[in-house]
Design a protein around this ligand. Structure first.
Ligand code: MLC
Ligand code: AMP
Length: 516
């Protein structure tokens, strides 16, 4: 008796099992309508298709007889099959490790070496450079998956049964590793459990009033928590259809918006939508919820959006390590420039330098605790210990303050981080690449305000004695080495970097000087 109730608690902690329990009764209804590239028609996946195709992939993974906790590293273009692979990994009880499609060989080499995945899935076009990396690190299984259903993964899964009993998992079992860039230049793998993902999904489901009949217009990438967990779990938990765009394209979003009720995006996407002449209240007539996050939404964007559409964007705050932490209210007042209130079950505190909680309007370090907060960084126990307080709060590295109504504002970051179009870039990593280039003596990387990306990665470099540096040549040599969103948009050449008495580069002076 006891054994069976424990077993059912384990099963219900598998995220997939919890999602599938809420799939609609009519399994022939559309779950995902996937739009092809411009001009191509749509593909429709019913709920039954999702269940059966993910079963085939889960059977394939299970047949590989991987060890418990095996990592499945995936760097593929967005497609419904990439979503199915995520769901299949959950079902089979393995650990999903999504990787940004912009990452280049040096970055992938690091992730594969660090995570030691049992399976790597890459785009067919990437096979020539991914294969040697996988071989060098002794990865036992390498598959390809294209965004047009091509590749060896689906071929291998084709003969598998379309029935699969989703594996029972405990809340603390690892479900995903999300790599976040590190302040020291080394990326850290945030370990998220089934319990972390599920608690957050259920909270957001209620808080944002997901309902059957919602239609999510999904335009985010699916290798980060925003597009992968926040958006997808919400839709699947409420039995809602997703209109699935291969990437964000403002015109395509505008075209499909009248059919949708929910949209999630980073601020850059809202800025770009506002640049579309046809984006107005009529286009948004069926929309009930626009969510923004991953980067600060400028109050000006919030206000312009409201003036144009009559809708108030709901801004929320989260991290790879914690999924979602705070949100502006669904029914109450959504306040521009704030990230709202702590979500139910999530403890958020703002701590002063003296280690005591800050009062209203006092600026301090944001710390969080809750069932959504990750257990630590993959194989980095020291780093994990540093990032948690003695009483179990995670140090977010963000700096904020409360207002009199309990709304949180993020006013800065203690971590040296640039957020460009919703992607995080750590200056230290870019500086280390720049410093390796011929003729570069030293460099400093800063974020400067940018209308489209919010912040733009900008570098300031000092030539080695006797060298001459050319901005275009430097940018060209960075491309192909690192993900292109990390490549500085501008590189300024100076004789020397400003330093304080301690010898530290005064980045604030560089930010002021190169802000334009
Ligand atoms: C693309 N480029 C960028 C960029 N995105 N440069 C700086 N910052 C970015 N974010 C560059 C490319 O490298 C390329 O450069 C050129 O712009 C065109 O590329 P593209 O692929 O056509 O870009 P586009 O599709 O327009 O992409 C812009 C975007 C995209 C905003 C749609 O960046 C995006 O989807 N961002 C969302 C990121 C996200 O999901 N974040 C969530 C993290 S989770 P070149 O030189 O090669 O031409 C998280 C937690 C939380 O933060 O709270 O959610
Ligand atoms: P990531 O490591 O990619 O998960 O990025 C998490 C970081 O994004 C947070 O620590 C914040 O600095 C930032 N962030 C997320 N949402 C917001 C928001 N609404 N406003 C400001 N910053 C945000």
């Amino acid at each position: 008796m006891q054994i069976s109730s424990k077993a059912s608690a384990r099963a219900s902690s598998n995220v997939y099992a919890a999602l599938a329990a809420r799939f609609p009764a009519d399994r022939s209804a559309c779950c995902v309508e996937a739009l092809g590239a411009a001009g191509a028609g749509s593909l429709f996946y019913s709920w039954d298709d999702i269940e059966r195709a993910s079963a085939r992939l889960a059977n394939l993974l299970t047949r590989l007889k991987l060890p418990d906790g095996a990592r499945i590293a995936v760097q593929v273009e967005k497609s419904p099959e990439a979503l199915l692979l995520y769901l299949a990994t959950l079902r089979a009880g393995y650990v999903f490790l999504p990787l940004n499609t912009a990452y280049q060989a040096a970055e992938i080499d690091y992730f594969v070496g660090d995570a030691e995945p049992s399976v790597v899935v890459c785009a067919p076009a990437a096979l020539p450079w991914v294969e040697p990396i996988a071989r060098r690190h002794g990865v036992p299984h390498l598959f390809t998956l294209g965004d047009d259903r091509s590749g060896t993964l689906l071929q291998a899964a084709a003969g598998q049964s379309d029935r699969f009993k989703t594996r029972a998992m405990a809340a603390g079992d690892l479900a995903c590793i999300i790599y976040t860039s590190g302040t020291t230049g080394r990326s850290k793998g945030a370990m998220l459990s089934h319990g972390n993902l599920l608690s957050n999904a259920l909270t957001l489901h209620q808080y944002w009033r997901w309902r059957s009949g919602d239609v999510l217009l999904h335009a985010l990438p699916i290798f980060h928590v925003h597009g992968l967990f926040v958006a997808i779990h919400g839709a699947l938990l409420s039995g809602s259809k997703m209109i699935w765009l291969p990437r964000f394209d403002a015109k395509q979003v505008l075209q499909r918006l009248p059919e949708a009720s929910v949209f999630m995006g980073v601020p850059t996407m809202y800025v770009r939508l506002l640049d579309e002449a046809g984006f107005d209240a009529q286009a948004c007539r069926n929309m009930r919820l626009f969510v923004s996050g991953s980067a600060p939404l400028l109050p000006d964007t919030f206000k312009q959006f409201e003036a144009r559409t009559g809708r108030r964007i709901l801004e929320r705050y989260g991290m790879s390590e914690t999924v979602m932490l705070t949100s502006n209210p669904y029914d109450g007042n959504r306040v521009a420039g704030t990230v709202g209130l702590p979500l139910p079950g999530v403890q958020v505190r703002v701590m002063g330098d003296d280690g005591t909680p800050c009062g209203v309007d006092q600026i301090g370090a944001i710390q969080v605790r809750g069932p959504n907060v990750f257990s630590g960084y993959w194989r980095m126990p020291e780093k994990t210990r540093e990032e948690f307080t003695a009483d179990g709060f995670f140090r977010t590295g963000d700096v904020g303050k409360w207002d009199a109504n309990g709304y949180l504002s993020i006013v800065g970051r203690s971590k040296d981080l640039i957020i460009s179009g919703g992607y995080n870039v750590y200056p230290k990593e870019i500086e280390s690449y720049l410093d390796e280039l011929d003729g570069v003596f030293e460099s400093a990387v800063i974020g400067v305000p940018h209308r489209d990306f919010g912040e733009a990665v900008t570098a300031v470099v000092v030539p080695a004695p006797g060298s001459r540096l050319d901005e275009a040549a430097l940018i060209a040599s960075m491309k192909g080495r690192i993900a292109s969103f990390k490549v500085p948009k501008r590189i300024h050449v100076v004789d020397e970097l400003p330093r304080n008495q301690m010898g530290k580069v005064q980045k604030n002076l560089l930010r002021e000087r190169f802000a334009g």
